[in-house]
Every structure is written in C-alpha cells, then in structure tokens.
Design a protein around this ligand. Structure first.
Ligand SMILES: [Zn+2]
Length: 234
C-alpha cells in the first residue's frame, strides 16, 4: 500500500538516475558522490535491487567482450602476441575493481553505513560549523574531485539561495526539505546540475539533516555565504 507508506513518510520517491547508478556500479564516480549513492542504496531496497541488475549487466558485458568470430590461426596469433608483450605491461583492470564505498546489507541508526564509518561514529560525533541562522555544516573527508558534507537545517529554515557550477547530490537523512524540484524526505536523493538554482527549505516540525556532495563550488547570491565559502569548502 504505497499511499499508506507515503503518509507515514517512509516511502522513498526520489532515486539516483540510471546513468548515476551505472557510474556507481562501474566504479567511476568520485568518492564523495559514491558515498552519497552508497548511503542511499543502504536506505533503499529498490536501489539495492537495481544495483545488482547494473552489476550483472556490467559483468555480462565484460564476459561477452572477447567473444567474436575468429578466423583460422587467430588463436595462435593472439597467443604469440601475448608472449611478445613486455613482461611488466599492466594487467587489464576491470572497472568494478576500483574501491568505492559499498552499501551494507542492513542499515541502522540515523547515519547509515557507509556514512557512519566516514563520520567515525553517530550524529553526536559530528563537528559542526555554523553557517548562520542555525544552519550548520561538516565536511566529510573523501578523496577525488567531489566534496562531501553533512548539512543541518533547522525546521523551517533554508539553505542560502544558490546555483551550481557542477553536479550536486543531496540525500535526506532526517526531516524533509522542499524546493522548486519537489519535496525530499528521508532516503530521497536530489540530483542537481548546472541548470538548477534553488533555495531548499526545511519543513516545519523536524530539523533536516542531509548528506550532500558537489564537484564544484556552489554559486551563492548573497555576500555572506560567498565570504564563508573558502572557510567551509561549500
Ligand atoms: Zn532508491
């Protein structure tokens, strides 16, 4: 009964796109983005099943890659070519073999794995930095070209109006926010590109906590957040 689930706020209605899932399954996402996707998957049965499907497709593509019609003597030529390879030439690396944050089988607590492992404990161990109006942020150390951070938005408050130079993924962990793109509750993920200029507002009633990752600095309209940007890497 999806409607009943929705009324209790437990249904997830915004999922990563197929393209994003494919990048994640292939291991090509920057770590910060992979952390957001992995944490969503740990909260979302539907995407756990989707991930298995994408991984199966990726594996099937790899398995089928060498199967082509081979002419007479082709095998001997391939073997001769292998023998002629320099001894130290690197072995081909399957795309899945790159380490990426992986979702666990069973999520628990407000901070699901793998996020909890990155934070080093529960929500109480987060070292928040104030952004004004009660909005707080905490950068989560990751490698690669994307920056991940937790955002704490008091009920009814908003994150300053901003646009994006790159891609931004936002996953709701607690509470809910709404912007021009829709309403996002626990487990929902918003994928914003350069075309999106938005002012996320936390719903009244419960403070909103999100995990967000960006691969470029946000573009704030107001002066104060712009001044704070270099300090907080948002
Ligand atoms: Zn999902």
């Amino acid at each position: 009964m999806p409607l009943d689930l929705k009324s209790r706020g437990t249904a997830i209605s915004h999922h990563p796109t197929d393209a994003l899932m494919m990048e994640y399954a292939a291991g090509t996402l920057p770590e910060g983005f992979a952390l957001v996707v992995a944490t969503h998957i740990s909260m979302c049965d539907e995407c756990r099943a989707r991930l298995h499907a994408f991984e199966a497709v990726g594996g099937a593509l790899l398995d089928s890659a060498p199967t082509c019609e081979m002419g007479e003597g082709a095998l001997a030529r391939v073997m001769a070519g292998l023998d002629a390879r320099p001894a130290r030439s690197p072995a081909p690396v399957a795309p899945q073999s790159r380490p990426q944050p992986r979702p666990p089988a069973r999520p628990r607590g407000l901070l699901p794995e793998p996020l909890a492992g990155y934070v080093g404990g529960g929500i109480g161990s987060v070292r928040w930095k104030p952004l004004g109006l009660g909005v707080r942020t905490a950068v989560i150390p990751t490698g690669g070209s994307a920056t991940a951070r937790l955002l704490y938005i008091p009920a009814g408050e908003s994150v300053p109006d901003h646009g994006h130079r790159g891609r931004e993924l936002t996953l709701v962990l607690q509470g809910a926010f709404a912007d021009a793109e829709g309403r996002f509750g626990p487990g929902d993920i918003e994928c914003a590109g350069t075309e999106v200029e938005h002012t996320p507002v936390a719903e009244p009633g419960q403070d909103c906590i999100c995990l967000a990752a960006t691969d470029a600095l946000l573009r704030f309209r107001a002066l104060i957040p712009r001044l704070a940007q270099p300090l907080f890497r948002i």
